[in-house]
Design a protein around this ligand. Structure first.
Ligand SMILES: Nc1nc2c([nH]c(=O)n2[C@H]2C[C@H](O)[C@@H](COP(=O)(O)OP(=O)(O)OP(=O)(O)O)O2)c(=O)[nH]1
Ligand SMILES: [Mg+2]
Length: 131
């Protein structure tokens, strides 16, 4: 099975809260919370995909980012490579442009949200990064 390459943004505000959005019920890993992002398209770099997805999904322009970690996960029906970035700067005010629920969460509260299984190491890395 071919692997789907995904650009994922851990978006931080000035208070170090993290932005989560909720996946649509009918999507893969539906109704779970996620870090915004999406598939890298042909001919695109991962940072380009990250910037495009965050513009499309949230209406923000990324101004500062750095790689956090990469995760390979096989869900059985789909294998993903998540390329996760810390987004510490952006222009504009994030809005759920695809009508997805959105919430700003403190690092310690991340454990209270249900994520796809691949996200367990992301949550750990974010908490370590912000500790
Ligand atoms: N954005 C995001 N995707 C995640 C996370 N964790 C996780 O397993 N995934 C998986 C779910 C999906 O299989 C894949 C992301 O694909 P997607 O379908 O949301 O991509 P997209 O935004 O380009 O959406 P679309 O154009 O196909 O509708 O990565 C996460 O934290 N954020
Ligand atoms: Mg997406």
């Amino acid at each position: 099975m071919s692997e789907v390459h995904v650009a994922v943004g851990v978006i931080l505000d000035a208070q170090k809260n993290v932005l989560l959005t909720r996946r649509a019920a009918d999507a893969h890993q539906g109704s779970l919370w996620e870090f915004p992002g999406g598939k890298v398209e042909v001919g695109e770099s991962v940072p380009q995909a990250l910037a495009r997805e965050l513009r499309e999904e949230l209406g923000i322009d990324v101004t500062a980012f750095q790689p956090l970690l990469e995760i390979r996960h096989d869900y059985g029906d789909k294998a993903v490579l998540l390329d996760v970035y810390i987004v510490s700067g952006f222009a504009g005010e994030p809005r759920g442009l695809e009508l997805q629920p959105m919430v700003w969460v403190a690092a310690a509260e991340l454990v209270n949200y249900e994520f796809p299984a691949a996200n367990v190491p992301i949550v750990e890395a974010v908490q370590a990064y912000l500790a």
